[in-house]
Design a protein. Structure first.
Length: 229
């Protein structure tokens, strides 16, 4: 069994979903310290002027708070703003009408915590991509340990023999802990695919949110992520 473990992200990029596509189980690490200026509450879309951040405003951003303790600042009209940005920049995309109603409905729901919004979006985007994978939240598991030790304990909980890590894991993980428990660590190798995008005159922009791919390529999105097209 192959497992991947990662913090929740807001409308993640393609590499995030590539790891999940290659796994049997995806554990959302939602009870670790919140990272400011990361991707937990923001991501990028392509516009006529280039890449642009779309951000969900949150309260009390601090590494002293766990991700699942961070609340959305619903006093700001972020939902209408983001729906407007998606409509302005993707309304002419081939598959915009196939997916926009979902995002419209999702954004207009009442969300208190950013982790819950992230999880809901990821879970449903995986359905759009036709990716069948078991998903769990680390906060539901009540598993002890710190850093790599906790990752190992999570993997053992699910009986996973292989951990698919992001490439950055090479720089900080104690691989001996995995080896001791007979868990193989494989580091992701992801070559970003090129695909049809809006505003072609701006050239291809990699590392955009998955919504860019969905709106532009629709049902081909999964195979594009897996570099099969």
């Amino acid at each position: 069994m192959i497992a991947t473990i990662h913090q929740p992200e807001y409308l993640p990029w393609l590499g995030f979903f590539d790891r999940i596509c290659k796994s049997d189980i995806f554990v959302v690490l939602d009870d670790v310290g919140y990272q400011k200026n990361g991707f937990i509450n923001r991501n990028k879309i392509k516009t006529a002027k280039g890449g642009q951040w779309i951000t969900v405003p949150v309260k009390g951003r601090s590494p002293n708070l766990k991700i699942n303790e961070v609340f959305i600042d619903n006093e700001k009209k972020w939902q209408e703003q983001q729906l407007g940005l998606l409509d302005t920049n993707y309304s002419k995309a081939p598959h915009f009408r196939d997916y926009f109603p979902f995002f419209e409905d999702a954004f207009l729901k009442k969300w208190d915590k950013i982790s819950d919004l992230d999880f809901y979006l990821i879970e449903n985007i995986l359905k759009f991509l036709d990716v069948k994978v078991k998903i769990a939240k680390s906060s539901d598991l009540k598993i002890e340990g710190k850093s790599a030790e906790r990752l190992v304990n999570i993997l053992k909980h699910f009986g996973a023999g292989t951990y698919l890590s992001g490439p950055g894991g090479k720089n900080y993980m104690d691989l001996s802990l995995f080896k001791k428990d007979g868990i193989e660590v494989v580091f992701q190798e992801f070559s970003h695919p090129k695909y049809f995008q809006q505003f072609a005159e701006k050239g291809f922009l990699p590392y955009m949110s998955v919504v860019d791919l969905l709106f532009c390529c629709g049902p081909d999105s999964k195979n594009i992520i897996k570099n099969k097209i």
